[in-house]
Design a protein around this ligand. Structure first.
Ligand SMILES: [Zn+2]
Length: 291
């Protein structure tokens, strides 16, 4: 797992195992707040050991940016923490989570350790403010990647944990393209120092304008439908290379035969682009896809 201190008492974590998914932590003098949980139990526990063991404070709150497995299934590894999310996130976890987790357990016994913990505090409009130590966290809706998405702004540092609405390449899973573009546009105008994307590397201040530019609509549409994406392979690869540089691979399957319906199979990796993903998103009920 990668770990970086983004600003004083603000940390970023990135999985080495699954799709470069990210999580964050804001540390106060008495307790800490997690933002998302990563996908695999070992990595969630590694974060907890770092915060509780090395930094010496318990995790009192866990914020889920959205309901996808790779962001919310680690809630159970922070026992006693109060989970905060959008009301829609809680609804999705309650209606779809159990079936998805059951399916995931069949694919990989490691998920027998996972127990769904539904958000305890939710909000459906406006914003929510949480004060931890000297930091003010502002939670507000950023739908698009999924309809339940929220972002977390660390106001004092102008650091935004954006979840999957901000990715190296925009990607819709259960959300809405126009909502996503609106959220990205809004984020681009916030005067941020850093954007913590749901997957991939930290976006630095000087990179935000480029990163927040809206992509060609036909490309995004192609990405919304991987089946279509595959048909347009050459076009998409060309656009990916143009937009993000050919050294950053977006869609490469690390577990091509796992077939785990609860995780999307298009992790972010570095390397040449060989192939595009199978059309998971076109499947009915693939609810806990991520990013
Ligand atoms: Zn997601």
């Amino acid at each position: 797992m990668q770990r970086e201190r983004v600003s004083e008492n603000v940390y970023w974590f990135q999985s080495d195992v699954y799709a470069q998914v990210t999580a964050g932590a804001v540390i106060g003098s008495q307790w800490a707040v997690m933002i998302d949980t990563l996908a695999l139990p070992d990595e969630s526990l590694e974060i907890r050991h770092f915060i509780e063991g090395q930094l010496g404070v318990p995790v009192r709150y866990v914020i889920n940016t959205h309901f996808h497995a790779d962001h919310a299934w680690g809630n159970c590894f922070f026992p006693g923490a109060t989970v905060i999310a959008s009301t829609a996130c809680r609804d999705e976890l309650q209606t779809q989570g159990a079936a998805s987790l059951e399916a995931a357990r069949h694919q990989n016994p490691i998920y027998k350790q996972v127990k769904l913990v539904y958000p305890h505090i939710t909000f459906s409009e406006g914003s929510l403010t949480l004060r931890v130590g000297k930091k003010t966290l502002n939670l507000f809706a950023t739908p698009g990647h999924s309809h339940d998405g929220i972002s977390v702004l660390v106001e004092e540092d102008r650091v935004l944990f954006a979840g999957d609405v901000f990715l190296p390449l925009p990607y819709v899973v259960g959300g809405d393209l126009d909502d996503m573009n609106a959220s990205i546009k809004k984020i681009g105008k916030m005067g941020l120092e850093n954007i913590i994307q749901g997957h991939g590397d930290i976006v630095l201040r000087g990179e935000i304008d480029d990163a927040a530019q809206s992509l060609p609509r036909d490309l995004i549409k192609a990405l919304v439908s991987p089946a279509q994406c595959m048909r347009r392979h050459d076009h998409v690869v060309h656009c990916q290379q143009r937009i993000i540089g050919s050294d950053r691979l977006l869609f490469e399957d690390i577990q091509p035969r796992a077939g785990n319906p609860s995780f999307h199979q298009r992790p972010l990796q570095r390397g040449p682009i060989d192939h595009l993903p199978p059309p998971h998103v076109d499947q009915q009920r693939a609810p806990l896809h991520g990013p």
